[in-house]
Design a binder for this molecule. Sequence first.
Ligand SMILES: *Cc1c(COP(=O)(O)O)cnc(C)c1O
Length: 372
Amino acid sequence: MRIETKAIHAGLDIENDSKAIVPPIHTSTVFEHSEQGFQEGDLNYTRYSNPNRLQLEALLTELEGGEACAAFSAGVAAASAVFQALKHGDHILVPSDVYAGNRNLVEKVMQPWGLEADFIDMTSVKNIEEALNENTRLIWIETPSNPMMNITDIEAVCDLAQKNDVLTCVDNTWPTPINQLPLELGADLVLHSTTKYFGGHSDILGGAIIAKEANDFFERIREIQQLGGAVPSPRDCWLLCRSTRTLPYRMRGHNEHAAYLAKFLQNHPKVEKVFYPGLATHAGHEIAKKQMSDFGGMISFLIAGNAEEAHHIVAGSTLIKRATSLGGVESTWEHRRSSEGEGSITPENLIRISVGLEHPDDLMEDLERALG
Ligand SMILES: *Cc1c(COP(=O)(O)O)cnc(C)c1O
């Protein structure tokens, strides 16, 4: 089955005895035990398992081509579970321009907890190889990175990791499985903030880990999900299954509109540089072309000016909303450095736009107006 078909049908039969075409939301927190008492694999208590969560996990597993998935209440909760599955003193490599929330998580929670981490440039495999040490256990990959759109060669890094007995986890939030399939390229784990494109309508918070193999490391992540309790509600799982049915077609629109606007921005005199992996001028374009089927809905660009002028431009839109986050049907943009706050390494003249599904000419006209 192709991914469009899987997005609509995968997981729906799980715990759906009534054969409802749209499965119900199971609000019950408890499920009756059999006469022999609780049996392994029975539904029991919603923190451990729930029909809606099982449906969502099966759907995400299918789309990423993995063996298992654990869904969480946020993308950062999913990332926490991966880090907590490691041990005190283990060393991880993280991209220097990793998603700011994950940098905060590593620096403010995981390093004090005992994880060792180095933040490095991951556009060069050689650089990663040189940063490995004898207690490196995990390489965290985010490509395209947020907000600089740096591209990491997933296959080459996973090769390097396997040779050194190191795990790889790819944050696939931006590309989604529609544009990039990291497990096929050799990654062990994929992370999603389902808050973004899977949710697609800016109304759900969620996260997930999908594993290539349901091995001991994944079982530890499952344990952290169930015992730590950062699980999504049945209603959020249901909503995510619902919105995922249209993910492949929404992504086509995001890809198409972003490519169109990236070209427009590139030719605009007020714009100094556009970061979009689909542009032939992008430093990572060749690798992006090799590992992505399309280039996504996110664009970053530098304006010819300072922070104040960037704020002025972002304030000048009428259609594109001033907001953080991404992946919604509506377009949003922001002065990224002020959203990231303390510790941000993002240039002060960078604007990040999440290109939505409005008519691309309406978006272009709004950009034209705001850029002046
Ligand atoms: C938003 C985001 C996250 C974190 O997800 P939350 O759902 O906000 O916890 C992780 N990685 C990337 C790339 C993101 O954009």
